[in-house]
Design a protein around this ligand. Sequence first.
Ligand code: FAD
Length: 374
Amino acid sequence: MTGDTFDLAVVGAGIVGLAHALVAARRGWRVVVIDRDDRCVGASIRNFGFISVSGQGAGDTWRRAMRSRDVWAEVAPLAGIPILQRGLWLTAHRPEAWTVLEAFARTPMGHGCDLVVAADVGHRAPELRMDGAVGAMHSPHELRVESRQAVPRLAGWLAEAHGVTFRWGETVLDVTPEGLRTVTGVIKASRVVVCPGTVLTGVARTWLAPFNLRLTQLQMLRVRPPAGFRLNAPVMGDLSLVRYRGYADLPESVALRTRLQIEAGDALANGIHLIVVQSADCTLVVGDSHHDALSPLPFASEEVDRIILRHLHETVDLATCEVVERWTGVYPVGGPSDALVVAPDDRVRVVVVTSGTGASTAFGLAEDVFGGWQ
Ligand SMILES: Cc1cc2nc3c(=O)[nH]c(=O)nc-3n(C[C@H](O)[C@H](O)[C@H](O)COP(=O)(O)OP(=O)(O)OC[C@H]3O[C@@H](n4cnc5c(N)ncnc54)[C@H](O)[C@@H]3O)c2cc1C
């Protein structure tokens, strides 16, 4: 392939890069994707695989999440990616949390979501702990995939079904007038999309510097529940209502935050909120925390894991569970909106999701990037 000219070169084989490759390939463009690693090991395989819609920020992010959910639903069976769960249960243990859910349900984003009082949740989701809770919201929009399996399968399908060329283990050094310069030579391409994920000081450094982005580090756990335990949808709780912008931007969240400062100050101080999803082998992926730094240290805190597990037990009715895996992940934060698209010239775009929503929004975001790029 050396010497060929591509219509598009994509730097980064995370979900954001793959989403751009998909849109371009569907336009009939010849696409090459280059990644410095020999397989995707970044944020895109470390996440929950939770393609979430309800709770995404009003406007572009929610719209992109709705669209991305549809693209995932269409592409997953073609690429051999199982959809493991659908929908979302968001429990409200405090009256202030219920008030936020009621306010959310009145917004246009609440369409299709269902507020269920505690006494009735038991019939629909008996695995949720509703003792002392006010109720829960069910959202029908969400999907869940196993990212560590889904992202490689998506890349494989793009190569096989769409002829996308992948060059793994090759660091891109520069964007040049003729395309890209990598550690092994030149790749000619008419257009370039740089999707560097957390690599803010690499090839995209000059373009990203004005935005003062930083990174946030998350702690994640996989736990094995008792035999036969089955969650019929991903689960979130009160803490999510002061973290996810679609809820946290509502004025009603202020009273909830005040109460959580008193009752769950250690969780807020560590940026903890609860997401629980279930895998095909019945294990649960549980998280997460957020600690910001320009270059996060790689050490995970046992105390943070304990707080996450405490909230798991408060929200989900688990007699016991055994931790079987722990990992950290990082994503960029800061910038003027949930996603940053920089256009240094009419040939190059730099695309960074700056809100930890890339699995949920990448396909819609990529369509927007191409829509503004005739
Ligand atoms: C623990 C965790 C949980 C999360 N949970 C969710 C969730 O449930 N739902 C959700 O929507 N989002 C979630 N997110 C956020 C989501 O995972 C990210 O927004 C998304 O994966 C970002 O994708 P990306 O392609 O930009 O980055 P990445 O997946 O990091 O990919 C970037 C790629 O670019 C490559 N690269 C960079 N520079 C170069 C270069 N110069 N040359 C060649 N290659 C280069 C890197 O090697 C890397 O493979 C979570 C994130 C984390 C960390």
